[in-house]
Design a protein around this ligand. Structure first.
Ligand code: LLP
Length: 427
């Protein structure tokens, strides 16, 4: 469910026509819907209302999916915590108003300065992903006369059945601590004076569209929590990661509803006195954003036709990187008998991979027509680059009938501003 729909023949974000925004800010731009973000956050958090052992669940928005300050602030106001993977993301979460004691720090390669920063901020817990990281964190904490609250991210060796580039819970993935090592590493953690064990963490992948992998992983983790508690470890928090998928293609069977996901999570840990944590990204932000772009040219080629857009793979890399499907809607609603086209929808970047869709059937569009690429709110703007010296695009947020630019389009001056000439060229 999202709030991008046609009204009076024009595609709107809530009560604002996307073409009105395009007239003012130009294209391409990302547009986020406040009502959609709020709705997704509410539906997701209500799925865990029953909690476990009398403990309320904590929903930590995965900032990597969309780190726009206005997006994170919108969720912060609803009580969201944050799942972060870098010092930069801690800073964004804090700037958005998320209290440090609602921040969990994940990631396989945390550096010591990032650990020190997070300790000073007073975050809720570090999700430790390896034995050397545990030793490093112990040293950083001791140097500050502190104890770092940790959970170990365990790797349950479960197949999430998702795209190979976004599966994380298999033994061959770089993530987490091998299942067989979990007990030994918890024992080691308990011996380290700079470490305080507060939980267990797992995350098996992203865009997961069946509950089975979650069920399998949760059952294994529940068993582990039981054993760790029996051994005297103070496992208070169980972080079950993110990963629940969203519908990218209209008409396809939708992924499981958060309510079903919430039920299996709460059931799996019902008899353990723990607080559940979740790290959703895509399910909150994915369908709350679109990328609005304009047709620069329609090129009728020898073998096929091309719609050349002013957005490129540098603005939205998901189709290139994951062969991802994104639905597309023209900003002007087409009548039922409007002519259709079949074309490759491509960007201007000088790579064949700069293709949003192959042989896509759409309402026929002409040069200057605009369209929205849907489901671009998660892993869209955050994965953008300036490849081909293309400035980062503007980001806009809509709230009812109001809208505001929440990130300026990068200027050409800014694109060059951080370059420096070495002495030998500076003549
Ligand atoms: N927690 C951890 C430790 C993660 O690594 C991730 C995502 C999440 C939570 C949030 O997962 P979500 O609820 O959004 O599925 N760029 C890719 C997705 C990469 C996911 C990375 N980790 C894409 O565009 O599909």
């Amino acid at each position: 469910m999202h709030h991008f729909a046609y009204k009076n023949g024009a595609l709107h974000a809530e009560d604002v026509a996307l073409s009105a925004i395009a007239d003012e800010v130009g294209t391409p731009f990302y547009c986020y819907s406040t009502a959609t973000l709020e709705r997704h956050y509410r539906v997701f958090s209500e799925a865990f209302k029953q909690g476990t052992g009398g403990n309320q669940a904590l929903v930590c928005f995965s900032v990597k999916s969309n780190s726009n300050l206005a997006v994170v602030s919108t969720l912060a106001r609803m009580g969201a915590g944050a799942d972060v993977v870098s010092q930069g993301e801690i800073r964004i979460a804090r700037a958005a108003g998320i209290p440090a004691n609602r921040i969990v720090f994940s990631g396989v390669g945390k550096k010591r300065d990032e650990m020190a920063y997070a300790l000073d901020a007073g975050i809720l817990m570090f999700n430790v992903e390896s034995e050397p990281e545990l030793e490093a964190l112990n040293e950083v904490a001791l140097a500050k006369n502190m104890r770092a609250p940790i959970s170990l991210r365990v790797n349950p060796d479960v197949d999430a059945n998702t795209h190979v580039k976004i599966t994380t819970g298999k033994a061959e993935n770089k993530f987490g601590i091998a299942w067989e090592r979990a007990h030994a590493v918890y024992a080691r953690a308990a011996d380290l004076p700079g470490i305080e064990i507060v939980g267990v963490d797992v995350h098996i992948g992203s865009q997961i569209t069946s509950l089975d992998p979650f069920r399998a992983a949760f059952a294994k983790v529940a068993e582990l929590v039981r054993e760790l508690k029996d051994q005297g470890h103070d496992v208070r928090n169980v972080d079950l990661g993110g990963g629940l998928g969203i519908p990218y293609m209209q008409g396809n069977e939708p992924p499981p509803h958060p309510d079903e996901y919430g039920r299996i999570a709460c059931d799996a840990f019902a008899d353990l006195d723990v607080r559940l944590l979740f790290e959703p990204g895509r399910i909150i932000a994915g369908n709350a954003g679109v990328l609005v772009t304009e047709v620069t040219y329609v090129k009728n080629g020898e073998a096929k036709d091309f719609l050349i857009l002013d957005a490129g793979m540098n603005d939205l890399i998901r189709p290139t990187l994951y062969d991802a499907w994104h639905d597309m809607l023209p900003l002007k609603e087409a009548g039922a008998d409007a002519p259709r086209l079949k074309a490759d929808i491509v960007g201007p970047v000088c790579e064949s991979g700069d293709t949003f869709a192959k042989d896509r059937e759409l309402t026929a569009l002409a040069q200057g027509d605009r369209l929205a690429i849907l489901s671009a709110g998660a892993y869209g703007a955050v994965q953008a680059s300036t490849y081909n010296a293309r400035p980062l695009v503007a980001e806009v947020m809509v709230n009812g009938d109001q809208w505001s630019v929440v990130r300026e389009r990068q200027t050409y001056d800014a694109l060059l501003a951080d370059n420096r000439m070495p002495d030998w060229l500076d003549t």
